[in-house]
Design a protein. Structure first.
Length: 122
């Protein structure tokens, strides 16, 4: 499926489908996003695709990067253009809020780097 990964306002990743012009997966850690991408490609390509989302790479692959919100702003505007303002607002609220905890699996304290799977160098 033609798609891309986008850094959500809450710091997690979402997969945006260019087929339906909407997010198909959201609140993903870096590793979860890689596993989702692996449905369509090998691990190396999946890792590169997720990294482009984390780095907010502009879509036309010319080596330029956004301000960290470029992909988000572009894709949430697409949601509004195709599905309407109400859908945009609902989606924006959902993907901006921290994810709901799973009562069966209480959350463990994690740093922002751990959520994205990229610990800083000591």
């Amino acid at each position: 499926m033609p798609s891309r990964f986008v850094l959500q306002p809450n710091g997690l990743l979402a997969r945006f489908s260019t087929i339906v012009d909407h997010f198909t997966h959201y609140n993903l850690t870096k590793e979860e996003a890689i596993e989702v991408a692996r449905e369509d490609m090998g691990r190396k390509d999946a890792e590169e695709k997720v990294e482009r989302g984390l780095k907010d790479e502009i879509y036309w692959h010319d080596g330029t990067y956004g301000d960290g919100t470029w992909r988000w702003k572009h894709d949430i505007a697409s949601v509004e253009a195709v599905h309407g303002k109400e859908e945009r607002e609902k989606t924006e609220a959902l993907l901006s809020a921290p994810p709901e905890p799973d009562p069966k699996d209480p959350p463990k304290p994690r740093t922002a780097w751990e959520r994205l799977g990229d610990e800083p160098d000591p």
